[in-house]
Design a binder for this molecule. Structure first.
Ligand code: IPM
Ligand code: MN
Length: 363
């Protein structure tokens, strides 16, 4: 029997539509080639929808989206909408309400891609950040008092409970066991590094560190455990990225270090992320924004969206197709395009999509 996956596509704002179009083109070809179906439904949520209707998401949106196998998202952010409204009202709302508690962000330098890190090659930049995606400072716990006065107080708490920490760490251990460097034949250990700040945030990261060692020792003794402070992690991400295998960290730290990671892998044109609920519906997106100034020009790089599509296939269980798409992207970066930057690729957005399609067909 042929598997059919129901995919909700939210192109969103700006260049989101262009990159998602290339992504879906590639995904459909991969589906045909590897013997499954993708049944796609489009949703026009984003800045224009908000400006037109006055609501960020229709009331039943989250429940409707729950009925899909996965969500494929372009970009959120509109020049005429105050920053925060769409990000909170769409992106963060979906992450929270669909309980996508993992944000999976590979940091991988593909062949031919220029990195700002001197003398580093794809050999050196090949690790994954697992960002906790449901808690921490992002929950908005806190408040403000005496607003507007010289004594104004603002509090935003880093909130974690044991349940959130444990489920994230378990996912990270399982992931490391399956996809760590040893499992991939690239090293002699599968290593999970906890990134925290135990020297200052002594409550929150004490909890993380205790659970990390407790469950690691008991249930994942085959996975090597390391701990790094977040500031030192930033240093090593630049100096010795080859030390890393899989990293797991809190929501805010993960947000910050993955932008640094993205830059080391060639920038936002290539960086993809998956918001994952292992028992529910997950959402895949290029990490970059909506790039209003490039919108509609057919010059934006669609590879990040295409890589997000590959992650989606992997998560749906179509590993072979996912691998073919990733390999096709490597061929394109390695042999076909001049740069990852918008307007400097030496081809248009749709031509890059076509090149990937060609390689997937040949896979
Ligand atoms: C990201 C983005 C979001 C985040 C913003 C847009 C809310 O920066 O996906 O990393 O902070 O998570
Ligand atoms: Mn971010």
């Amino acid at each position: 029997m042929t598997n059919t996956y129901r995919i909700a596509v939210i192109p969103g704002d700006g260049t989101g539509l262009e990159v998602v179009n290339e992504g879906r083109k590639v995904l459909q070809v991969a589906a045909g080639k590897y013997g499954f179906n993708l049944e796609i439904t489009d949703f026009d949520f984003g800045g224009d929808y908000y400006l037109r209707t006055g609501e960020v998401l229709p009331e039943d949106a989250v429940n409707v989206l729950r009925g899909f196998d996965a969500i494929y998202l372009g970009a959120i952010g509109h020049p005429d909408v105050k920053p925060g409204i769409l990000e909170k009202g769409i992106l963060l709302r979906l992450r929270f309400e669909l309980d996508q508690y993992i944000n999976l962000r590979p940091v991988r330098l593909y062949p031919g891609v220029e990195t700002p890190l001197k003398d580093k090659t794809p050999e050196h930049i090949d690790y994954v950040v697992i960002r906790e995606n449901s808690g921490g400072i992002y929950t908005g716990t806190g408040g403000v008092s005496m607003k507007g006065t010289a004594h104004e107080v603002a509090v935003q708490d880093m909130v974690y409970n044991r349940f959130q920490v444990e489920r994230c760490l378990r996912y990270a251990f399982e992931y490391t066991r399956r996809f760590g460097k040893k499992a991939r034949g690239r090293g002699d250990a599968n290593t999970l590094g906890l990134v925290g700040k135990t020297n200052v945030l002594t409550y929150v990261f004490d909890l993380w560190e205790r659970v990390f060692h407790e469950i690691g020792e008991k249930d994942y003794p085959d996975v090597k455990r390391e701990y790094y402070h977040v500031d030192a992690t930033c240093m090593w991400m630049v100096k010795s990225p080859e030390w890393f295998d899989v990293l797991v960290t809190s929501n805010m730290f993960g947000d910050i270090i993955t932008d640094l990671g993205a830059e080391t892998q060639g920038g936002m044109g290539i960086a993809a992320g998956g918001n994952i609920n292992p028992d529910g519906v997950s959402m895949f997106e290029p990490i970059g924004g909506s790039a209003p100034k490039y919108t509609g020009k057919n010059i934006i790089n669609p590879l990040a969206a295409i890589c997000a599509g590959a992650m989606m296939l992997e998560t749906l269980g179509e590993s072979e197709a996912a691998g073919a798409v990733e390999d096709a992207v490597k061929e394109v970066t390695g042999t076909k395009i001049k740069s990852l930057s918008a307007g400097k690729m030496g081809c248009s957005t749709s031509e890059v999509g076509d090149l990937v399609v060609d390689y997937v067909r040949k896979s």
